[in-house]
Design a binder for this molecule. Structure first.
Ligand SMILES: Nc1ncnc2c1ncn2[C@@H]1O[C@H](COP(=O)(O)OP(=O)(O)OP(=O)(O)O)[C@@H](O)[C@H]1O
Ligand SMILES: [Mg+2]
Length: 395
């Protein structure tokens, strides 16, 4: 592992030592005590920003927060029977480990009896940098998550974030071990095992579940753009995590949470605003989920073309189409170069999908087409705005 880690005694795991809490007088929000979810009514150390500025708009909150939330407890990476660190997943920038928190010892107080020792620990996900240049990316992601944390509605739409471990630049999150990509693959496998002509024109997970999921995902994106003022920049099935909820049999039994804000940028308040060069360098493209205007030779060459709300809309529509067909790569028979060429012509995504082996699941004039077609228009300015999209998904 390329972290600065110190092994704990007894070979139980690896401890990432964290610095103590930063001064509350700075603009850094105080440390989130582990065991207290964001928005938890029992939250014992409310952020001064939350206390004093409850009337602030999300944009004002964002301007005020300039350093990321720090994680105060120690974290131990979980290991398997062969003593290997257990991974939840990995991506271009990071490895995400299964971990547990080790609560810090409370400060001694002479006037009150000692509290009973804290024995509970909770399962966490720790996203650690995979390469040296990933540290800056994770620091920026921690700041974005901190700002999102302070935006009302955060709990419903974003993976819970608990803070940054300063010495390793690793992000501490709640563990949400099911990615939408895995769910799509599982649903596709189930369908292959039980083929049926009655359901061959439906999304693999079933029509009601797909519609329910689509509405929840679009609602999350509308919140991200309109309430939080953030562009995700890398929406795809691997970057959506699913929290299980009780639901009717035909409904989608999960709450989709947006994850991986490593390519996120703020929606510029002024269209003339020049992009932050650091953020441009961070962008990771994932064809065929990337909007075609970001994949032109000129934009790839210059490297300074940024994601927009409309490019997020395209990526979510591509995600919904992948969920309908069960083909995670969208064009499974194409090779990498062909996929890139097709992604550059992304406005034809429905035609391309229909020519594939599961194209019958996206029939002409069907509900999948009706919901996704307005979101994949070639001209980004012609794509449906998220609020209108949500109305369409809810009708
Ligand atoms: N909180 C979490 N709980 C459980 N698993 C997670 C969590 N966060 C991320 N993962 C898993 O780890 C994978 C990689 O995480 P993430 O997408 O944040 O990393 P990345 O390096 O930024 O990826 P990318 O290549 O998309 O830029 C995810 O696809 C998911 O499977
Ligand atoms: Mg990812």
């Amino acid at each position: 592992m390329r972290l600065s880690l110190s092994t704990t005694h007894g070979g139980q795991g690896v401890t990432l030592q964290t610095p103590t809490q930063t001064s509350a007088s700075s603009l850094t929000p105080p440390v989130t005590p582990i065991g207290k979810e964001a928005g938890d009514p029992e939250r014992s150390i409310p952020s001064p920003l939350e206390e004093t500025n409850s009337e602030q708009t999300a944009a004002q909150v964002k301007r005020n927060v300039i350093t990321p939330l720090r994680f105060s407890d120690d974290v131990e990476i979980c290991r398997d029977s062969a003593d290997r660190p257990i991974e939840f997943g990995r991506g271009a920038w990071s490895i995400v480990y299964k971990a547990r928190s080790i609560p810090s010892a409370p400060a001694a107080n002479l006037h009150t009896p000692p509290s009973s020792p804290i024995t509970t620990s909770r399962i966490l996900a720790v996203k650690a940098p995979l390469r040296r240049d990933a540290r800056k990316v994770l620091q920026a992601e921690a700041l974005t998550l901190t700002r999102l944390n302070l935006t009302p509605g955060y709990e419903q739409h974003v993976v819970p974030f608990h803070g940054l471990l300063s010495d390793s630049d690793a992000l501490v999150m709640s563990a949400v071990p099911l990615a939408l990509s895995t769910y799509i693959e599982d649903q596709a496998d189930l369908r292959k095992k039980q083929p049926s002509t009655a359901t061959m024109y439906d999304p693999v997970q079933g029509p009601d579940s797909w519609r329910d999921m689509a509405r929840k995902l679009i609602s999350g994106l509308a919140w991200l753009h309109d309430t939080a003022g953030i562009i995700h920049g890398d929406i795809k099935p691997h970057n959506v995590l699913l929290r299980s909820i009780a639901a009717d049999e035909s409904a989608f039994p999960h709450e989709p949470l947006l994850a991986d804000f490593s390519s996120a940028i703020a929606i510029p308040s002024d269209s003339a605003q020049t992009p932050d060069p650091n953020h441009a360098a961070m962008s990771a493209f994932t064809p065929p989920f990337t909007a075609p205007e970001l994949l032109t030779l000129a934009s790839l060459k210059s490297g300074d073309v940024l994601s927009t709300p409309a490019s997020d809309v395209f990526s979510l529509a591509a995600t919904l189409i992948a969920a309908a067909t069960g083909d995670l790569l969208l064009y499974p028979s194409a090779n990498k170069m062909q996929r890139l060429a097709m992604a550059r012509d992304g406005h034809r995504i429905l035609d391309f999908t229909r020519s594939g082996s599961n194209g019958c699941r996206v029939p002409c004039r069907g509900f999948v087409e009706k919901l996704t077609q307005p979101a994949v228009a070639k001209d980004p300015t012609q794509r449906i705005p998220t609020q209108n999209w949500l109305v369409l998904a809810s009708s």
